[in-house]
Structure formats: C-alpha cells, structure tokens
Design a protein around this ligand. Structure first.
Ligand code: PGA
Length: 256
C-alpha cells in the first residue's frame, strides 16, 4: 500500500450468496467492527436484488455499495440486463466489471468489458475492473503479457481525467475460491506490471494515483502480507466477505 498517493480499498464480492432477508443482520454486525477504519474505503457488492437493502442498511456508515455487473447499453429492450443509470439512480457507487467468473462462464470478452467500463463512467460509477491469468497461462509464463493486454483493452478510449475513477483488481483465476493464494511477491509483481501499463498509457502521476487490488483467497491471515506489497492497495474479497467478522479482520489489516 502507499497511502500517500492512493486510497486503500477493501471490497466484498458476495457473488450469488446470502439472502435479502439477512442483509440487515450482516450490516448490523459489520458496521461497529469497521467504525474505526478511517484509512480504508469499504465497499460491499451484493447481487442486484439485494442492492436496495444493502444501500439502506449501510446508509449511516462509511460503507459504500457496489454492483457485481452492469449492461454496456444505456436502456431499451435488453431483457434481464441492468443499466448504469439504474444503478446510479439507486445510490450505487461502484461496479465490478469483467470478473473472471463473468468472462469464463458467461463469455464476457475484453471488448465487452471495455463497453461496460464506458457505460459505468458515463454515470460516474467507479469501475472495479478485474484481470488475471489461468493456471495454465501462469505455467506457460505469459501472465505479464496477458494481464497487460487485458488492462490495455479494458481501458481503450478511457480519457485520462476518467482514469482516476477506475480501480483495477488483479485476480489470478487459479486463486479464486480455491484457498490457494499467490505469494505476496508474485501478486505484488503483477500489480506492479499493471501500474506500469497505466503509466505507459496515462503517465506517472495517474499511475501513482490508481488503486490496484489483489483478489483470490485473501483472508484475515494473509491480508497483512499481501497488503505490505507497495503496489497492492487493497483487496477484492469473495469467500471471506460472507462473514462480517472475517471481512472486518481484513479491513483491520488494511487500516494499519
Ligand atoms: P475469493 O474470491 O476471495 O473467494 O477467492 C475473490 C473474487 O472472486 O473476487
């Protein structure tokens, strides 16, 4: 982390877990546990149907709400889709874009990810853009090239003044939900590569200011070490975010 230049962000990705009726209890437990975390931006990203409940439950707190996906279209006949303006109107501030589960299971391409980033930015939502390699790609030694390509394609035509709203999450696919974590050195090195791609596109000042998160089996035990890497500015947390106590422990680590 480097708090002098950028925000520390800890974001919960609930994926398709938990229930609308359980949101209030979750929030009531999390809020007091994170009340002192003034050095860390905290975001909770529930499934679409729980967004109103999450917004309401965290209204009087420092915890922001994010969606897990959005449409690249503005409005119209797109059954089952949710637009950026609908999210913004509800009071959502962040949106995860290009999660590996969306890419792998629902065929989301790099260029679809780029379209979604533009849609989010039009409504002033803050995209949390996910990139990362598979196990095979890591073994083949193409991680840096692949992640650089994902970042460059995702950011195509994003103007410099909007770049500061974007958060990038490096999530090695083989580490997601598996209990296997990248070593802090490896994760830090890829986050450094991502920062140098941003530098090559937008210059040193913007690169220094962009928050880059790590995601993939991050938990209370490994958070401190991962966050000690200078280029890792926070985490995108799946499994460990389902328990307020476990999630708050990661927030604590990020707030040190
Ligand atoms: P995990 O998920 O923490 O359960 O590995 C992270 C993510 O997919 O964002």
């Amino acid at each position: 982390m480097n708090r002098k230049y950028r925000h520390t962000v800890i974001a919960a990705n609930w994926k398709m877990n938990l229930l609308p009726s359980k949101v209030k209890a979750y929030a009531d437990e999390l809020k007091p546990l994170t009340a002192q975390a003034k050095w860390c931006d905290i975001v909770v990203c529930p499934p679409f149907v729980m967004l109103p409940a999450v917004i309401k439950a965290f209204r009087s707190s420092r915890i922001s709400t994010g969606a897990q996906n959005l449409s690249d279209k503005e409005s119209g006949a797109f059954t089952g889709e949710v637009s950026a303006s609908q999210l913004a109107d509800l009071g959502v501030h962040y949106v995860i874009i290009g999660h590996s589960e969306r890419r792998r299971l629902y065929g989301e391409t790099d260029s679809a990810v780029n379209g979604k980033i533009h849609a989010a930015l039009r409504e002033n939502l803050r995209p949390i853009v996910c990139v990362g390699e598979s196990e095979q790609e890591r073994e083949t030694g193409v991680t840096a090239e692949l992640v650089s390509l994902q970042v460059k394609t995702a950011l195509r035509d994003v103007p410099a003044q909007k770049m500061r709203r974007i958060i990038i999450a490096y999530e090695p696919i083989w580490a997601i939900g598996t209990g296997k974590t990248a070593t802090s050195e490896d994760a830090g090195a890829v986050c450094g590569t991502i920062r140098s791609v941003v530098r090559s596109l937008y210059g040193a000042r913007t690169a220094r200011a962009v928050s880059i998160l790590y995601g993939g089996s991050m938990n209370a035990r490994n958070a401190c070490e991962l966050l000690s890497q200078p280029d890792i500015d926070g985490g995108l947390i799946g499994g460990a975010s389902l328990s307020p106590v476990d999630f708050a422990a990661i927030v604590d680590a990020a707030n040190q």
